[in-house]
Design a protein around this ligand. Structure first.
Ligand code: FHN
Length: 447
């Protein structure tokens, strides 16, 4: 029944998608649209789907170390007909949207980006153009995205969707090697775009109102910059407040994630498992795993420490980016405990030092030694975030505080004594001892 709907939509969607946006967006309008996202700085990425069931091992064969769980279908050459049977076992009875959202919120995260559909093609909502979704193909039969939407709205968290352009399940989209032998190979790809990909995205935007659409899988040769531009215009017509990553275009330069040419579709760059060396003129967000996989692998224990994750957040923020930190929930619907522990530590650190991160901007001097700097929204304070506590009085050469101004140590809320040095910069009597935890912050007034 759904398949008829899919085919029938083709003609009318072609009509809907043709008009271009009439006017270019002004810088002021873009700043307003991007405002919440820039201020948010810290978000939760969630890779969740059928791949959580094999969790890295298929019929006794385990993925090589370093391979990522959500690629198991591809990496172990699992036929579509075998892989799709996983849907019949997908029954995450412990899934609790309110609990997931509350873990994110307590960690200081302001938005959640979850895989509406990853490369394997399985959808986490009741898609009207597919039976390969959680409502039609799994025994769970609960609309995961809608439950998350309601929980996020209640908690004041923005819900966003990751959506893969590449689709290993759709016959029209899987880049079959025999394209060359077909009469009109492009027609199948067009049918996938117009009668499957776009209708799915339309459902997501009009029913769930995601704050961000986060594309991926754009590197396949079938996808072009022109198609990306057209899809961007189409989606922005559906919801002009949307924010869309640069993977809707073809401009991403591999894992470094920034654009290799101007005027590409998309609003922000997407470094993956990397942090930029410096600030950038384009908005950017660094996405990263806590261990070595995005989708859950039961044998991946290579967890980054909480200290590393906190320093990464500081580093990204000092360079003007956002940090999107990944969770790979288990097939049961639970988060791995190691992830929960790290999120707790991040939340505890942000509860004390968050004003140095949220709604801040990069400053001309973003790092001196192991100290990072951010600039508050008013431009009246610089935050110096020390990722290593000094063993003797701290000297900072970058910053000249307001004469006679009070420098506040956020961990104690008290002032610290300081003086200007004849050679420039300042010396600060920094509170000694490690009682204040990792990465302590000084709030410094500037003229
Ligand atoms: O292939 C995907 C991968 O599975 C994961 O989703 C990451 C997250 O950014 N992106 C892709 C590779 O760039």
């Amino acid at each position: 029944m759904k398949k008829q709907f899919y085919t029938g939509l083709l003609a009318c969607l072609c009509l809907l998608t043709s008009p271009a946006l009439s006017a270019q967006e002004s810088q002021a309008a873009k700043d307003a649209r991007m405002g919440w996202w820039r201020d948010a700085t810290f978000g939760m990425f969630i890779h969740w789907g059928l791949y959580a069931l094999p969790a890295g091992t298929w019929e006794g064969q385990t993925l090589d170390k370093g391979r990522i769980g959500e690629w198991i279908m591809h990496d172990l050459n699992i036929p579509v007909a075998d892989y799709e049977k996983l849907a019949g076992q997908f029954n995450p009875v412990y899934f609790d949207a309110a609990q997931w959202v509350s873990i994110a919120k307590n960690a200081g995260m302001k938005y959640i980006v979850i895989t509406s559909k990853h490369h394997d093609g399985f959808s986490l909502w009741d898609s009207q153009v597919s039976d390969y979704d959680v409502m039609d193909a799994s025994p769970f039969k609960r609309d995961i995205l809608m439950e998350l939407k309601l929980a996020c709205d209640a908690a004041g968290i923005k819900l966003c969707f990751y959506h893969s352009i590449m689709d290993w399940h759709q016959a029209d989209a899987e880049s079959p090697k025999d394209y060359a032998h077909q009469h009109n190979p492009g027609a199948r790809w067009e049918r996938y775009r117009e009668a499957y990909l776009k209708p799915q995205l339309t459902e997501l935007v009009t029913k769930y109102h995601p704050a961000v659409l986060w594309f991926d899988g754009e590197w396949i040769p079938e996808w072009t910059e022109e198609q990306g531009q057209e899809l961007y215009r189409y989606l922005m017509q559906l919801d002009p407040s949307l924010i869309i990553n640069n993977r809707i275009s073809k401009a991403r330069q591999g894992m470094s994630g920034m654009n290799e040419y101007e005027n590409a579709a998309g609003d922000f760059g997407t470094p993956e498992q990397e942090i930029l060396e410096s600030t950038a003129t384009m908005d950017w967000e660094s996405c990263m795993t806590m261990n070595d996989t995005w989708g859950y692998r039961s044998d991946d224990f290579n967890w980054k420490s909480s200290e590393t994750l906190i320093e990464n957040l500081i580093d990204v923020s000092a360079k003007g980016g956002n940090y999107l930190l990944n969770i790979g929930p288990m097939a049961s619907g639970k988060f791995p405990q190691a992830s929960i522990d790290r999120l707790y530590d991040l939340g505890a650190w942000l509860a004390v030092n968050g004003e140095a991160i949220y709604a801040t901007r990069s400053w001309t001097c973003f790092k001196e030694g192991s100290t990072y700097f951010t600039l508050d929204g008013s431009g009246k304070y610089v935050y110096a975030i020390l990722t290593e506590a000094p063993t003797s009085p701290l000297t900072l050469s970058c910053v000249t505080p307001t004469e006679g101004g009070k420098i506040v140590h956020l961990a104690t809320g008290g002032g610290v004594s300081w003086k200007t040095l004849p050679e420039g910069g300042i010396r600060v009597d920094f509170p000694q001892g490690d009682a204040f935890g990792v990465a302590q912050t000084l709030k410094i007034p500037i003229d």
